[in-house]
Design a protein. Structure first.
Lengths: 111, 115
């Protein structure tokens, strides 16, 4: 069954605004990862947050993890047109080394 | 993206053709993966190799045949494909498959169209 599921499916904002994307998952995890994919290209790893961490920052990215709610959020601050892409969360299974990806959130940042 | 390369970038093939996709990683990783990405569907894991040994075959039809001659190279051999196999095929690598998954590094993908 699908592990990670992103919300919303699509998000359109103006340059300079913040973008928040959410991910919900079903089973216990070791860590959760966020990836970005520009149209028709490969995925780029953004950030990994471990199950014992609650928040992590990387540049303009802020990721939170709430294991009690089985959810994570990705915040992109001061967005730029170049941030336009699909964003995916990926979760593992505590008993498994595989990553399971969601369907993604398509973020459009308008100049 | 230069850490993991894939060729060709685009491929059009008929259902009776045989072709191969190639992936090469320059990151010194021990694990390599093939994924299929179709429109409106989540990324699907197809195969996992760890130190050239296949550790996962995710119920993939036999018309897809992987090959991993060494830890830097991964191939996906294609034969008698169906139109529904048209998709973006992504290769990825990671440090290893032991323990919780770490970051995976993806190639740019091969856009495959089966006519």
């Amino acid at each position: 069954s699908q592990q990670g599921e992103e919300d919303p499916q699509a998000l359109s904002i103006q340059e300079g605004e913040n973008a928040t994307m959410n991910c919900s998952y079903k089973t216990s995890i070791n860590n959760l990862q966020w990836y970005r994919q520009n149209s028709g290209r490969g995925l780029v790893h953004l950030i990994l947050i471990r199950s014992n961490e609650r928040e992590k920052h990387s540049g303009r990215l802020r990721v939170t993890l709430d294991t009690s709610k089985k959810s994570s959020s990705l915040l992109i601050t001061a967005s730029r047109a170049a941030d336009t892409a699909s964003y995916f969360c990926a979760t593992d299974d505590r008993n498994n080394y595989k990553l399971t990806f969601g369907k993604g959130t398509l973020l459009t940042v308008n100049p | 993206e230069t850490g993991v390369t894939q060729t060709p970038r685009h491929l059009v093939m008929g259902m009776t053709n045989k072709k191969s996709l190639k992936c090469e990683q320059h990151l010194g990783h021990n694990a390599m993966y093939w994924y299929k990405q179709s429109a409106k569907k989540p990324l699907e894991l197809m195969f996992v190799y760890s130190l050239e040994e296949r550790v996962e075959n995710n119920s993939v039809p036999s018309r897809f045949s992987p090959e991993c001659p060494n830890s830097s190279h991964l191939f996906l051999h294609l034969h008698t494909l169906q139109p529904e196999d048209s998709a973006l095929y992504l290769c990825a690598s990671s440090q290893d498959v032991a323990g919780p998954p770490g970051a995976q590094y993806f190639g740019p993908g091969t856009r495959l169209l089966v006519l």
